[in-house]
Design a protein around this ligand. Structure first.
Ligand code: BTN
Length: 247
């Protein structure tokens, strides 16, 4: 990225900062990274626990020449970039849980990290900016008690300490390549996401939408939504709800 790397010892949220800078006219390519966040944000209005030293907390401000509908594909690109960076630095192969989670390969997948992409659209339907936020649990030896049952860290999973700077540098390099790939062909990136995630095809899932249902995944729609064949036989598209492994 051609922008600056902005490092904070402590900040409310790299995501909030990147968006404020975007609105104030900052160029794309800026990287915001913090050792600690006091108000880290996750998807769906959740907080993102961000203790000092244990995790990677980074937001990349991009101003890609893409349509606002491509925001989900940008998130897939960030997931692929994180997966490749973790493979490169640790040798471990993590899984991507549609749409935006970094997880240990199942059964019994545990969350290792997540992606939050927040974007704004111009009147012509193109993206004004995309703030691509990634949190990865690197070296936690214990997880916060309320997350213990659903999450873990790379250190706990692989048994090795993970160098944060190496993951950051590998991630930024991979994300740069992935964003070029999205510019080239969003459909090809969605296809690659489907190939690198064990959740997109033939996975039995529980969908947490209003009426909650279980079924088997059947690939992605052209827009990147997850298709699920419900136990009733009906095929549905998952929009907002998260998916969990079903037994
Ligand atoms: C999720 O799984 O809900 C997404 C979590 C995203 C967390 C990252 S940490 C860096 C950036 N700053 C934030 O406040 N959130 C994102």
């Amino acid at each position: 990225f051609h922008g600056k790397l902005h490092h904070f010892v402590t900040i409310d949220s790299t995501q909030t900062r990147a968006i404020a800078e975007a609105q104030a006219g900052s160029e794309g390519g800026q990287v915001y990274v913090a050792d600690e966040q006091t108000a880290g944000r996750g998807r769906g209005g959740h907080t993102w626990s961000s203790n000092p030293g244990t995790g990677l907390y980074v937001t990349v401000l991009a101003r890609p020449n893409l349509r606002a509908d491509d925001a989900l594909t940008i998130s897939f690109a960030a997931g692929l970039a994180a997966q490749a960076a973790i493979r490169e630095v640790t040798g471990a192969e993590i899984d991507l849980r549609w749409p935006n989670d970094l997880v240990t390969p199942g059964p019994g997948s545990l969350k290792l990290g997540g992606i939050l992409t927040e974007s704004a659209m111009q009147t012509d339907g193109l993206l004004r900016y995309a703030a691509i936020g990634v949190g990865i649990n690197l070296n936690h030896t214990v997880m916060p008690p309320e997350l213990e049952a659903i999450s873990t860290s790379l250190r706990r999973w692989t048994g090795k300490t993970v160098p944060r700077e190496a993951v950051l540098i590998a991630f930024l390099r991979q994300l740069h390549l992935e964003l070029l790939a999205v510019q080239e062909s969003p459909a090809a990136v969605r296809q690659r996401f489907a190939e690198h995630s064990r959740w997109v095809w033939g996975k039995r899932v529980q969908v947490a939408e209003q009426d909650g249902y279980t079924g088997v995944t059947l690939g992605l729609t052209a827009a990147g939504l997850l298709r699920v064949r419900c136990d009733t036989g009906q095929v549905r598209e998952v929009r907002h709800g998260g998916v969990r492994e079903a037994l």
